[in-house]
Design a binder for this molecule. Structure first.
Ligand SMILES: [Zn+2]
Ligand SMILES: [Zn+2]
Length: 271
């Protein structure tokens, strides 16, 4: 049985292991302080892009070359187009023997995430209003000081506790930040997306490359430019789906079934 080790601080094994059990792999957990690579509450900066952060987390398993793969995950929560909050989750696998990496990803707009800067002038009514959109107590909140003059207080799931922490920590000229506690074990709206990223990774690892036979063959960004049915100009619609091997870089292209795009999607026919 292929074995893997998931480097995690916040008990993500239950989210990741089932997808690998489904392809006959056994994954166990390695507890490590991944917070050193950045936290959501902002008390430790993320210095690297998400994929690199995930890679560095997985490398914390470097003392364990006895397993076939080292796993780690990384989430990025941020505003996206239209004012919705997006949650992009990555789960990566590093092969210790080669140092090569395969990544799975998932994107969701169903994340619950609030953020309020609490200044000296911010009223408790404003805090209570912000909490109304926070889905308490299913989700939790964290209060941090933007100047990092005090450690964040997280896992708050009661408005009275939130107000108590804010009253204790308020100072003139100090801005507090009240936001959703996005640590995965406390954030149920992140969990399905982490599961989906793990499923994407498992599907890749279960798919051998048709050229070099190594596992990890999976989809990459498609080609766009399907011609318009009205005028024949290229549109932004997908024309070719692509899969690539992360080892030998073999790319397999599969044109979509449609030959033309609806003229309604054309910037010439329907500007
Ligand atoms: Zn290959
Ligand atoms: Zn057209």
């Amino acid at each position: 049985m292929t074995s893997g080790l998931l480097v995690t601080k916040h008990h993500k094994l239950g989210l990741v292991a089932p997808s690998f059990a489904a392809i006959g792999w056994h994954v166990s957990e390695l507890q490590a302080d991944t917070d050193a690579l950045g936290t959501f509450s902002g008390d430790v900066d993320r210095r690297h892009p998400p994929l690199e952060t995930a890679r560095r987390k997985a490398l914390l398993a470097a003392g364990r070359p006895d397993v076939r793969w080292w796993f780690a995950s990384e989430g990025t929560i941020g505003p996206s187009l239209g004012g919705l909050v997006s949650d992009r989750e990555l789960v990566v696998a590093i092969e210790p023997r080669s140092g090569g990496m395969v990544a799975g990803a998932a994107l969701s707009l169903a994340i619950v995430s609030i953020r309020l800067e609490v200044r000296w002038s911010t009223s408790e009514e404003e805090v209570v209003r912000a909490c109304a959109g926070a889905d308490l107590p299913r989700h939790h909140l964290v209060v941090s000081a933007s100047d990092r003059s005090a450690a964040p207080v997280g896992a708050l799931c009661d408005i009275d506790d939130v107000l108590d922490v804010i009253r204790q920590r308020r100072r003139r000229r100090r801005t507090l930040v009240l936001q959703t506690d996005l640590r995965s074990h406390l954030c149920p709206s992140r969990q399905p997306t982490i599961r989906a990223a793990a499923a994407d990774l498992a599907a890749r690892l279960a798919t051998p490359c048709p050229a070099c036979t190594r596992s990890g063959f999976g989809s990459i960004a498609p080609e766009c430019g399907l011609p318009c049915a009205g005028c024949g100009q290229p549109t932004n619609e997908v024309s070719v789906r692509r899969r690539r091997c992360p080892w030998c870089m073999r790319v397999e292209r599969k044109p979509v079934d449609q030959v033309t795009a609806d003229a309604a999607r054309c910037r010439w026919c329907n500007p």
